[in-house]
Design a protein around this ligand. Sequence first.
Ligand SMILES: [Zn+2]
Length: 435
Amino acid sequence: MASDHYDDDDDYDDDFESVLFQGAIGDREVNLGGHAKLTKMALVPTKKIITDAIIRRALLLRINPRQDGSSSVKITIDGIDYPAKRLNKRMNQATIQMLKVLCGLDPKERKKLLKGGIFAEFQNCKYELEVHFVYAGSGVEKVIMYIQNVDLKLEKPDELGFSPEMKNKIRDITSDKSGVLLVCGSPFTGTTSTAFAVLRSVDAYLYSIFTVADMGTRDMTHITVENIREDEDFESAIKRVLRLDGDILFVDPLKTVEEVQTIFDFQNDICIISEFQAKNSIDGIKRILKWVEDPEIVASGLRGIITQRLLRVLCEECKRPYRPNPKLLSRVGLPPETKVLFRATSTDTATDESDDELDWCEHCGGIGYYGQMGIFELIEVTDEMSDEIANGADPQKIKTIIRENQMQTLQSEALRAVAEGKTSLEELQRIFSTM
Ligand SMILES: [Zn+2]
């Protein structure tokens, strides 16, 4: 498809460097000619909304309907929501229809959930915009757009922040070619990226690695992709991989009790890596126990649970040092000899109207943070932990085992990031208050 073949518009503002749309994801035809009136009205405003989100490093853009038919555009930067724009009733409708056309969907079509995607480019970076249109009835539609910089897919263990020790432990755990290694987390906390980083940590030269998961556009060398065929179920797909002599199998996020039971049924035949939703690792162990029903099976099969949180990284240009008092250090568990910590200059009240502040930092847009980092917890199922799981997994006892064995926890990793000046205690408070 010709690059940005529909970029000419009479109303186009030359000074405005704008995102280029390069076709719909999934081989759908984009028919701008068939929607000329709509395109004339809404293409440039739609580009502006998306360009603004990309410039401000947002990974998520939402169009939220209001009672009167108008809507508000919200963008999420490093996990925090900011208002971006208000759309009147007419522009709201036009923008949503324009997005559907750009996704190669019929603008008139309204189902409960419509999914599409747009290939885009801005300042020589490629983006994939995954767009969900959620129809809530009575003419009201919500739009959720995930903005992914294709060049910056943070799924390689080093980029994501896996320490060498953590990678070694993952290699240890998977070297048995048996057992279950799980990644858990809340929605939108980077669980899938972590699961792929775990998969990439496995030594692909030593083991034969298979996946029956949806790999999207990921390039995974040395991994054999076996899609689940239409005529087979999850269990038959695993059996087929076993016949191909697979050592390690990566499967899609676990959503049903049957899927969880199935992977534990195969715990002695192959090492299975997957992800599922849980608030934290201990909650994760509890959920697995409930689903599998037999604690002995979980105790013998589960090899480890990994969970992660994303922390905002302080802006290097405007972060402010301060000398922490000893009481604070002891309360949060930092070493008493800590001389300096950092905090953000600005609070989270920054919006696009906040340029009246005096020392407004251009680098972070006055937010005080720039980018995110992952912190990781790895609960290893040692013999002691396995016994405790077989006994029903008492949360307090599990915590004691974690502490006594100095396992890597979210708290220990987060404090390390604070001590290294990468993030602030305020950010920790924000993250851990929701756990
Ligand atoms: Zn800054």
